[in-house]
Design a protein around this ligand. Structure first.
Ligand SMILES: O=C(O)[C@H](O)[C@@H](O)[C@H](O)[C@H](O)COP(=O)(O)O
Length: 230
């Protein structure tokens, strides 16, 4: 794990945005299109807003979601809406956003669509981490966790009932370890002392059931870059 610790939220915002933008630029040098996977939650909005101003060839960037709550893309609590309102602005307006859900699309079809899009493997993945040590929609204690961990497909549907970290959104579609593995860049955005202490605990063991966020370290592939500020 490579930890980038910043003193202020402003430095964190721009430092993380520059790191993501450089990773996309690197991918675009090597292939015609770059594929960026983004997480939701309360943390990443300012970084996505800063990233929207990056001078990249956004026409060639496909933006998809690490996970989505079973909500329509217009719902204020959906991850698609967060990404649209923060990243798909300014220069990044030209990027193509793949929402997972759509009005009239049943759950299984939404999942199948996510897996179909993911035939183009992830390039740059931006993860978040909950105070309970979840990442994507992989929660500790979740009944579907083992199935998700073992999935050969990049996305699974999960029921996070009984997991406090999932809030009121139990039905979700989540990236799996198989979906994370091909990424060339793995970035984790976290803020606050609680998550800083949790980061130290991630490195202590490889028990992904205790803290599924450990997958960011244990799944073979790119080194994890963590961007943190108080
Ligand atoms: O839909 C979601 O819930 C997210 O994608 C989720 O995995 C998020 O990254 C973490 O929960 C961290 O969220 P916070 O930034 O709100 O702590």
């Amino acid at each position: 794990m490579h930890l980038h610790a910043y003193e202020s939220a402003t430095q964190w915002t721009w430092g993380a945005a520059i790191a993501i933008s450089s990773a996309i630029a690197r991918d675009l040098q090597q292939r015609p299109r770059a594929r960026l996977l983004l997480s939701g939650g309360k943390t990443p909005g300012p970084v996505y807003a800063a990233l929207s101003k990056a001078p990249l060839d956004w026409n060639n960037v496909d933006v998809a979601l690490v996970d989505e709550r079973w909500l329509l893309p217009e719902d204020p609590d959906s991850n698609a809406r967060l990404v649209r309102e923060t990243l798909l602005q300014n220069k990044a307006q030209k990027a193509r956003l793949e929402a997972i859900t759509r009005a009239g699309r049943p759950f299984d079809e939404a999942l199948a669509t996510a897996n179909l899009h993911a035939r183009q493997p992830a390039g740059v993945v931006v993860l978040g981490m909950g105070d309970d040590g979840h990442t994507a929609s992989l929660f500790p204690g979740m009944q579907d966790l083992d199935r998700a961990l073992a999935s050969p497909l990049p996305y699974v549907g999960v029921d996070a009932s009984g997991c406090p970290g999932a809030g009121q959104w139990h039905r979700r579609i989540s990236l799996t370890p198989a979906g994370l593995a091909p990424a060339h860049s793995r970035i984790l955005l976290v803020r606050g002392e609680r998550k800083r202490a949790l980061l130290d605990r991630l490195a202590e063991s490889d028990d992904v059931h205790e803290f599924p966020a450990r997958l960011a370290l244990t799944v073979p592939g790119a080194e994890l870059h963590v961007h943190w500020c108080p």
